[in-house]
Design a binder for this molecule. Structure first.
Ligand code: HDD
Length: 692
């Protein structure tokens, strides 16, 4: 039988079609054919092993060095290949090649990550998500290295090591892993009022994305576009998810971490496998110096947004991720994103956070990937115009993969006149040109006055939220600060929150059972800016009522009605959803008509937290059996508690009753289920949990 297996043959990575009984010969890394891959070389059958066994030593030696240092931040990540398509030409604003023509496509590789946890940590802590995109443009690689939150904790890159040390596991005890709910993080945040705005975002549902396809992305900083005529326009980048914005409930998130530590990675893999490609629109906020100076904040301050209601987002392209990496290490692990890698037509602003990043990323690749030649790794290599990745006179270094010909390793040279290859030359016309911004001033270590307002936008964010989101934020602060063991840190945080919103501060104090302290001093007056409903997830512009790309769990058991099961499954598919049948036993479930079917998943292994909506298709006997099954009761109880739609057959009612399900819009019979399954029921929440 022919297997469609692709075997990697050698460094070129060529693939061979092989049959079960026809494989290429196994060799050492130096090409020597191996005769026995099962036994070490010994002196006699029971004798000592011999040091001369190069085949064994090479294999173990390579294995011993398989790991490279994980990223100091964003170590846990998942990625995919795809393309960016320009849908609106920006030829008048930037000469960047990828934005010139409507319909033009550029290959991309996107990596999504959590920030604080190690490479093996769970996918769903409360954490900011990295949103990094490498565009392989015809004029070199452009890395847009952003997050799923449009602001950052600090204004100046010099504070980054302090921020990261404070959030990572505490230095003496080595915990907590991938969690901000601990003393050192909140100590740092409480002492850095500039972090308050981002802390509000971090405590919101933004840090609990349902899937990677349900997140917005942001370039955060103000960048520049530079036109062919040399005119500069400021730009902020936004990614808008086609699947809509969606988050999980905190209790659900905690349970997902146990049920499936790879929840987001698995979803990305399976979603792409199903052809349900994650997609985002690229949006821009474009503005000039006059606009910038008319705003009550500094556009160079990365702790500030420009509300979309003040400056609308113009959609200019889309990104579709349609191919999962072939090899996790070679691609997802070795990909090196570097914000200083921009292409002609794109430039930087003076944002001091951005400027610091321009140094850090190349530097970190040297220790992570170990060589100045990291740009030669296939995932990092530029593709260029005629497939030409790069041409220059840089040479040698660890792991040099190229074999340059000739002796033109310097420039200028006149070797061409003697008939020898002379190498590449600069292109003053089309080469990268930095925008010649006027700069003047004293050398000082100082923040501008315009960076002094740390609370107005935190207030703007909180007051823009839906009431359900406000409750989630208050509860998140209570949860996190309850894990802080040093009381004065909690007090300092509450003192800062009073400058954001008195009601929020009071709710947090009540939730902790503490008295409100006096508000902390502010360096600038706190403004009441107009709320920005665009910032909401719940009942916001990007919340989508749909089954497309969503998974519906269908709980069934022996005796379930074959017709009902078939109807629900088909209806979910017809609505673009992904039905997942779940039963107490996966191998064989006997239906009402005597037929036997397999389930996609087993009840204990597929708790309802892993699906978006829940159907319960049971016979009277099946229901009676599941009433004694804690996993089944919990399945339904969690679906209700996590505000999901539940559609049940009439005979399943006793299970719903035992799980404490109360009638509401989201609880339906099987006929009404698919329509109901397209959303969550936020109004149910006050009935099922006490929120701060
Ligand atoms: Fe960073 C990785 C995003 C500030 C230093 N950062 C990293 C990644 C993302 C971000 C998404 C992972 C890329 C990948 O998938 O490989 N970082 C941000 C954003 C920031 C930010 C949106 C603020 C707006 N970062 C920031 C500062 C510094 C760094 C201020 C240092 C001065 N970041 C790094 C790093 C990392 C990194 C240490 C670790 C791994 C890597 O670079 O390649 O250099």
């Amino acid at each position: 039988m022919t297997k469609d297996t692709a075997l990697n043959a050698g460094t070129g990575g060529e693939t061979h079609q092989v049959t079960d009984d026809e494989h290429p010969v196994l060799t050492t890394n130096h090409g020597i054919p191996i005769s026995d891959n099962q036994n070490q070389l010994k002196a006699g059958a029971s004798g000592p092993v011999l040091l001369e066994d190069e085949i064994f030593r090479e294999k173990i030696n390579h294995f011993d060095h398989e790991r490279i240092p994980e990223r100091i931040v964003h170590a846990r990540g998942s990625a995919a290949h795809g393309y960016f398509e320009c849908t609106d030409s920006l030829a008048d604003i930037t000469c960047a090649d990828l934005f010139q023509k409507k319909g033009q496509r550029t290959e991309v590789f996107a990596r999504f990550s959590t920030v604080a946890g190690g490479a093996g940590s769970v996918d769903t802590p409360r954490d900011v998500r990295g949103f990094a995109v490498k565009f392989y443009t015809r004029e070199g690689n452009w890395d847009l290295v952003g997050n799923n939150i449009p602001v950052f904790f600090i204004q100046d890159a010099i504070k980054f090591p302090d921020l990261i040390h404070s959030v990572k596991m505490e230095a003496d005890r080595g915990f907590p892993q991938a969690a901000s709910a601990h003393d050192t993080f909140w100590d740092f945040i409480s002492l850095m009022p500039e972090a308050t705005h981002m802390a509000l975002w971090a405590m919101s549902d933004r840090t609990l994305p349902r899937t990677l396809a349900n997140m917005e992305g942001f370039g955060i900083h103000t960048f520049r576009f530079i036109s062919a005529e040399g005119k500069s326009t400021f730009v902020k980048f936004h990614w808008k998810p086609k699947a809509g914005l969606a988050s999980t409930i905190w209790d659900e998130t905690v349970k997902i971490a146990g049920a499936d530590p790879d929840f987001h990675r698995r979803d990305l893999f399976e979603r792409i496998g199903r052809g349900d490609y994650p997609e985002w629109e690229l949006g821009l906020q474009l503005f000039d110096e006059d606009f910038a100076s008319s705003q009550p904040y500094d556009v160079l301050d990365a702790t500030k947004i420009i509300p979309e209601e003040v400056l609308p987002v113009r959609i200019v392209g889309k990104m579709v991720l349609d191919r999962y990496p072939d090899n996790f290490f070679a691609e997802t692990e070795q990909v090196a994103f570097v914000p200083s890698h921009v292409v002609p037509g794109i430039g930087f602003s003076n944002d001091p956070l951005l400027q610091g990043r321009l140094f850090s990323y190349t530097d970190t690749q040297l220790s992570r990937l170990g060589s100045v030649n990291f740009h030669q790794l296939p995932i990092n290599a530029a593709k260029g115009r005629e497939g030409c990745p790069f041409l220059n006179q840089q040479r040698d270094g660890h792991m040099q993969m190229q074999v340059p010909k000739g002796r033109a390793n310097y420039e200028p040279n006149s070797l061409a006149k003697a008939g020898e290859p002379g190498g590449a030359r600069e292109d003053p016309e089309n080469g990268y040109k930095t925008f010649p911004a006027d700069e003047d001033g004293q050398k000082l270590r100082i923040r501008p006055e315009s960076f002094a307002d740390h609370y107005s936008q935190a207030r703007l964010f909180f007051r823009s939220m839906d009431p359900a989101e406000q409750a989630h934020i208050a509860s998140a602060f209570v949860f996190e600060l309850s894990k802080v063991s040093i009381e004065h840190i909690r007090i300092a945080m509450m003192a800062n929150l009073r400058n954001v919103d008195e009601d929020l501060a009071q709710r947090v104090a009540d939730g902790l059972g503490m008295k409100l302290p006096k508000a902390s001093a502010t360096a600038a007056p706190v403004l009441d800016m107009d709320p920005s409903p665009a910032l909401r997830i719940i009942r916001g512009p990007l919340e989508k009522a749909t089954l497309e790309g969503r998974t519906v769990g269908i709980l069934f058991a022996d005796g379930s009605d074959a017709g009902e099961l078939d109807t629900v499954t088909k209806a979910v598919k017809a609505a673009g959803g992904h039905p997942l049948t779940i039963a107490p036993k996966v191998g064989a479930v006997k239906l009402s008509d005597g037929s036997t079917v397999k389930a996609d998943a087993q009840l204990a292994g597929q708790p309802s937290v892993t699906v978006d909506a829940c159907a319960v298709v049971l016979s009277k006997e099946g229901c009676a059996m599941l009433l004694k099954e804690a996993a089944a009761v919990q399945w339904v109880m969690d679906a209700f508690g996590h505000l999901k739609a539940i559609g049940a057959s009439a005979a399943a009612q006793p299970l719903l009753d035992k799980a404490g399900v109360e009638a509401d819009e989201g609880v339906t019979d099987l006929d009404g289920f698919v329509e109901a399954a397209k959303r969550r029921y936020w109004d149910r929440e006050p009935k099922v949990r006490t929120l701060a």
